[in-house]
Design a protein around this ligand. Structure first.
Ligand code: PMM
Length: 280
């Protein structure tokens, strides 16, 4: 899943694709790089970010979704608002990617049930301006799995079918640096809960800290793509369904490595010409 942020202030690419034309061209380039899905967002979720009015969010995302769908792309809309999700699906989005899992807007699950769209429910504890204060965990993996199970129960109660649902541990959201690593290392536990799993590690702060310069200065977002691709390979090997990334080329290659590796280890195919995605 390639990221198309139509925002002036996202943490790693804010402002670069802010006009509809630039955003569409960027999305098409990500497809050329190997993206199967494009995630179009009009509101930054970077730590500390302020909310965008709903009308502004609609003006940002709808023209971009229209144009990408017209070019044959499979589009997801990155929003916490039911109204934006509903409009986006009416304009052809196939997936609603809600970083709040429905906690930010009580009408969201109803929209998911009504539209029948695929729904990514991410682990979330609060909006970007306050999320860093909600970082108390006993066992971060167990706590995230339990809170995601509560989201699944709420989705079922709203009439959403299990086959619409994708779960996401929400790396970096209400999670200080170190607590992201157990979520990755113990990804098979989340995969074993039975829903497809999406991993969004791309260029996040915990990678900046991992790759910090000797003086302690975190590596800047654009210097985190190699580490992101490494996580994509490991996440794919651990059974993730999707990785959400800014630099698609590196992660598309990484996912193919993981698929070929798995195919060879299960003896499905070792033909160099075989499409490794099919083998997986
Ligand atoms: N991370 C960001 C935005 N949307 N959606 C999902 N499902 N998972 C994530 O980890 C996630 C997301 C962070 O912001 P960015 O668009 O600036 O990378």
């Amino acid at each position: 899943m390639g990221v198309v942020n139509v925002t002036p202030d996202s943490f790693s690419d804010g402002g670069r694709w802010f006009t509809p034309g630039a955003a569409v061209a960027h999305g098409l380039a990500l497809i050329d790089d190997g993206a199967d899905l494009l995630d179009v967002g009009g509101e930054s979720t970077r730590p500390g970010a302020r909310r965008v009015p709903v009308d502004e969010e609609l003006v940002r995302v709808l023209p971009v979704i229209d144009a990408l769908v017209a070019r044959g792309a499979t589009v997801s809309v990155d929003t916490t608002r039911a109204r934006v999700a509903h409009e986006a699906v009416r304009h052809g989005a196939a997936i609603i990617n809600d970083v709040s899992g429905g906690l930010a807007d009580e009408a969201m699950h109803e929209v998911v049930a009504q539209t029948g769209a695929v729904y990514v429910a991410m682990h979330w504890r609060g909006h970007a301006d306050v999320m860093d204060t909600f970082d108390d965990y006993v066992d971060v993996v167990a706590d995230v799995r339990r809170e995601l199970a509560e989201r699944v129960a709420a989705l079922r109660a709203a009439g959403v079918h299990d086959d619409q649902v994708v779960l996401d541990p929400g790396l970096g959201f209400a999670k200080p640096g170190a607590s992201n690593w157990p979520l990755l290392a113990r990804l098979p536990e989340l995969v074993a809960d039975g829903f497809p799993v999406l991993v969004g590690a791309s260029r996040k702060r915990f990678l900046g800290h991992l790759l910090a310069h000797p003086d302690g200065e975190p590596a800047p977002p654009l210097a985190r793509d190699g580490a992101t691709a490494a996580i994509s390979a490991l996440a794919a090997a651990a059974g993730a369904w999707c990785v959400r990334v800014h630099d698609v080329k590196g992660s598309a290659d990484a996912v193919r490595v993981a698929a070929a590796w798995r195919a060879a280890s299960t003896d499905l195919s070792t033909e160099p010409s075989a499409d490794p995605r099919r083998a997986q």
